[in-house]
Design a protein around this ligand. Structure first.
Ligand SMILES: Cc1ncc(C[n+]2csc(CCOP(=O)(O)OP(=O)(O)O)c2C)c(N)n1
Length: 568
């Protein structure tokens, strides 16, 4: 067996990597030995590579440190791709090690071999291939250097990196490295090599301060963001500044500094005149994408005098096509400077807040008016979301899958400050939401809740097909027997005869998947049922559980359409 695999593991151990997801295969056997033998690593075995990669993503999302993924040669590594794309767009560090066969066999009708080099193209920040060494001639130093470079780039750029590792037979003869060789492995790593520090240019700072002083209608917009104390502290100073409106995406993890929790609904319900009045003359945007469609549309249709985009890297992101200046600042020093300026008296924020309050009242009265009991109707997803949001315990990891449920949460805007919010909004796929939540649950002790639709749940049911499903995992499935979102949005719902191509109705039983995987199963289909079941479901001493709530898709759509007509 080639010995440089030990240099890979040792280098990553020295750099502090802890978690390794291993997918089974023969070609990857030397890598398995190298990592599984090293006490520094916590290794998890997962059969389905697509799920494995999302589990790694869910872990790295929580710890903000690279997680290692290992698989065998051939189509196995293609199944990593959805999670790699998600990691790229969500800025999550992953180190992907794909075992390969010796290069001379490629395209010579040898089995389980595809063109693995650079397979992830531009969706990884770094891609390299280790030499396929002759046994006894492995170069440990070079191996360490390549792995170190990959690690550094993954950490600095925050994203996935890929190393293809061609391995020769024999693959299973485990020769232990001599102590002497082991010690030489990490010597080439300069552990203290500094990451590039970002500095704000004085001039930019001045331009920003001048604009700030000149502007009367100011919005700070925070997109998706992991928990970040520096940004939180910088923003807290603004919360009480009279003229600054802070809008926070539901996945921004800054819910407690958000000044307009209902902004998504405010912007979707306001008339043209009000939307005009709400326009800022200065916008500062920070973080990843925002979920709210109405916010995106509104911002794309205006040109504020100033739009400063603060980001921690060199990507020039201009979602609304109106950035006037980019500022690179990952310490949010820029914001702290602004936060120290005193209040300018303006009615702008008060106007926003009055609308927010009215919207809140309108939502409450809608939910009351459309209460299923009052109307003798079935329970709706909107009502269920409202009850769930009121009953989720403090300090949970709250994952929301892609589809209607994330839109309901965004529109209802009732987030608890102590929840850690996550979702796969990098590429917004439904293919790995459960695996990602499972990865998050595995890596910390907090109760982890996933709110998901039936298609997203069934699509990724292999997430539960491994022996690692932890007790702190809770999943709520909104089962409307298909992709209900396509009835909520205007396009597909206006073509009734083709609707099934979008909604994909099915009869698959959620319960069977849950019991197949030896988890606790709960069910309800009414408001009283939900209120009754939630305390047991959230009991932290219970095993991993799934709560299925069934709904009628047509009726849901009707209630949602009425909701979208509420007047504020
Ligand atoms: C991998 C992938 N395939 C397809 C889609 C398109 N898509 C978005 S939502 C959705 C339906 C989701 O249905 P479900 O999870 O049941 O939630 P609901 O629509 O009922 O809220 C589909 C197919 C996607 N986002 N990702």
């Amino acid at each position: 067996m080639q010995q440089h695999v030990f240099a890979i593991a040792k280098t990553l151990a020295t750099l502090g990597v802890k978690h390794v997801i291993i997918c089974p295969g023969s070609r990857s056997a030397p890598l398995v030995y190298a990592f599984a033998d090293d006490k520094n690593f916590c290794c998890y075995s997962v059969i389905d590579e697509r799920s494995a990669a999302f589990i790694a993503l869910g872990m790295a999302q929580q710890i903000k440190q690279p997680v290692v993924l290992i698989c065998t040669s051939g189509s196995a590594l293609l199944n990593f791709f959805p999670a790699i794309a998600e990691a790229y767009y969500q800025k999550i560090p992953l180190i992907v090690l794909t075992a390969d066969r010796p290069p001379e066999f490629l395209n010579q009708q040898d089995g389980q071999m595809i063109m693995q080099k650079n397979i992830y193209g531009t969706h990884v920040h770094y891609s390299d291939e280790l030499p396929c060494y002759t046994i006894g001639k492995e170069n440990f130093k070079k191996t360490s250097e390549i792995i170190f470079t990959a690690f550094q780039i993954s950490k600095r750029k925050l994203g996935p990196v890929h190393i293809n590792v061609p391995l020769r037979e024999p693959l299973y003869d485990r020769i232990k490295l001599t102590a002497e060789k082991k010690d030489t492995l990490p010597a080439s790593i300069k552990l203290n090599a500094p990451f590039t520090e970002t500095k704000i240019k004085r001039q930019q700072n001045k331009a920003l301060i001048d604009a700030w002083k000149r502007s009367k209608k100011k919005i700070i917009l925070i997109g998706q963001f992991p928990v970040n104390d520096k940004l939180f502290t910088a923003l807290r100073a603004f919360k009480n500044i009279g003229d600054t409106v802070i809008l926070c995406d539901i996945l921004s993890n800054k819910q407690s500094v958000c000044t307009i929790p209902n902004f998504d609904l405010v912007l979707s319900q306001a008339n043209e005149k009000t939307l005009k009045q709400l326009e800022p003359d200065m916008l500062i945007s920070i973080g990843g994408p925002v979920l709210s469609k109405s916010l995106k549309l509104w911002l794309k249709n205006q040109k504020p005098n100033y739009h400063f985009r603060i980001q921690d890297d060199n990507d020039l992101i201009d979602t609304y096509n109106n950035v006037t200046q980019f500022i690179r600042d990952d310490h949010f020093e820029t914001l702290k400077v602004l936060g120290s300026f005193s209040d300018i008296n303006s009615d702008y924020k008060k106007f926003w807040q009055a609308l927010d309050k009215r919207t809140n009242e309108a939502v409450d009265s809608f939910l009351e008016q459309y209460s299923p009991k009052k109307r003798n109707q079935k329970f709706s997803e909107l009502h269920a979301t409202n009850i769930i949001l009121k009953n989720i315990p403090d300090a949970v990891n709250f994952h929301i899958a892609n589809s209607s449920c994330i839109r309901y949460v965004s529109l209802l805007g009732k987030l608890n400050d102590s929840w850690v919010m996550s979702g796969n909004r990098g590429t917004s796929g439904i293919d790995g939401c459960t695996s990602t939540a499972l990865g998050a649950a595995l890596i910390n002790n907090r109760l982890t809740l996933l709110l998901t639709g039936d298609l997203a749940f069934l699509y990724d049911r292999n997430a539960l097909w491994n022996k690692h499903v932890p007790n702190n995992l809770r999943i709520i499935v909104f089962n409307n027997f298909g992709g209900g979102i396509f009835q909520l949005i205007d396009g597909p719902s206006s073509h009734k005869n083709k609707l099934n191509y979008f909604t994909t109705p099915h009869q698959t039983r959620i319960k069977n998947t849950v019991l197949d995987n030896d988890m606790e199963y709960y069910f309800c289909d009414s408001e009283e049922g939900l209120k009754k079941v939630l305390p047991a479901f959230f009991d932290p001493d219970k095993r991993a559980s799934v709560l299925e709530i069934t709904f009628d898709m047509d009726q849901n759509a009707g209630i949602f359409k009425a909701f979208k007509k509420i007047k504020i």
